[in-house]
Ligand binder design. Structure first.
Ligand code: CP
Length: 317
């Protein structure tokens, strides 16, 4: 297994199966610090820099919370408009990360341009963690999702994933890459205009992922062990920011998962993951069913990022 020390976390496409399980072990070791709200000093001499060019609630704050739990330092920006990258100068990624690398030991970056963290990694001498790049990928979210599944189900192998929502979403790309490393089957339920590209699907076929496309949650839910959701009422992820419009529209019933549907058709032990934020595809009354696991995901998001930071910064091997 490759070492994590100093590694950029840009995509899960190149992750090997054993690496997921090593990360999960480290997460289990560190989880008590988060659960008991007792910080440790494992990364006391390290600094995390967060460079967020797009809005975030969970990803930025859970990464920062993880660093605080590990006794490290945090600095960064959450609004690039207040930096030289977002004003008159439109400073390039290269020039920006040549500055940031002197301010911290690892850079967590979210950007509206697909590939921006990869570009940053070319120029930075410290590891870059991709916290979402345009429609591209969202590795730390999917690592959180997989860790949650592993904790809740005791396995990832043998499960059937129903991935429903906007197939252009970065989480959908990343979960598809990750699934190629496990003995799983996938059903994709995406509106035709939001489907995976043919080229992307070809890549999944080449890596032996067993998958099918279906048209609605009602058709597919009976087979699902994991219901993996994203909205179809969606912002444009290629923009730095999208303001709320008066009428965002409603989710067609095919792409919704409701309490009635779960009661009538779902496996009794199926679990729902949603990276959030949600729209009307996942009504709030589902929160009170035994299927909901997205709040566990929120806690696990801190634990998983503690594990990842510890490994990348060499506090754990
Ligand atoms: N899941 C996720 O990426 O949420 P944020 O956009 O709030 O970070």
């Amino acid at each position: 297994m490759r070492s994590f020390i100093g590694r950029d976390i840009l995509s899960l496409k190149d992750w090997e199966r054993a690496e997921y399980f090593r990360l999960f072990e480290v997460c289990d070791e560190l989880a008590p610090h988060a659960r008991n709200r007792r910080n440790t000093d494992l990364l006391a001499n390290k600094t995390l820099l967060t460079a967020f060019y797009q809005p975030s609630t969970r990803t930025r704050l859970s990464t920062e919370a993880a660093m605080h739990r590990l006794g490290g330092h945090v600095l960064g920006f959450s609004d690039a408009k207040m930096t030289r990258a977002g004003d008159f100068y439109q400073e390039s990624i290269k020039d920006t990360v040549h500055m940031l690398e002197y301010y911290g030991d690892v850079i967590a970056m979210r950007h509206y341009q697909e590939g921006a963290p990869h570009e940053a990694a070319k120029w930075a001498s410290v590891p870059i963690i991709n916290c979402g790049d345009g429609w591209g990928e969202h590795p730390t979210q999917v690592l959180t999702d997989l860790y949650t599944i592993w904790k809740e189900k005791g396995t990832i192998d043998g499960l059937h994933f129903m991935c429903i929502g906007d197939g252009r979403m970065r989480t959908m790309h990343t979960i598809a890459h990750a699934m190629t490393q496990f003995d799983v089957e996938a059903t994709f339920i995406f509106p035709p205009e939001m489907s995976f590209s043919e080229e992307f699907k070809k890549g999944l076929v080449e890596r032996n992922l067993r998958f099918r496309d279906m048209g609605s949650s009602a058709e597919a839910i009976a087979d699902a062990d994991v219901i993996y959701m994203e909205p179809v009422v969606q912002a444009d992820y290629t923009q730095s920011r999208v303001e709320a419009s008066e009428d965002k529209g409603l989710t067609p019933p095919e792409y919704r998962v409701t309490r009635d549907l779960l009661r009538d058709k779902a496996k009794p032990d199926s679990i729902i993951l949603h990276s959030l934020p949600r729209m009307d595809e996942l009504p709030a009354d589902v929160d009170y069913t035994r299927h909901a696991r997205y709040w566990e995901e929120a806690f696990n998001g801190v634990v998983m990022r503690m594990g990842l930071l510890s490994l990348v910064l060499g506090a754990m091997e």
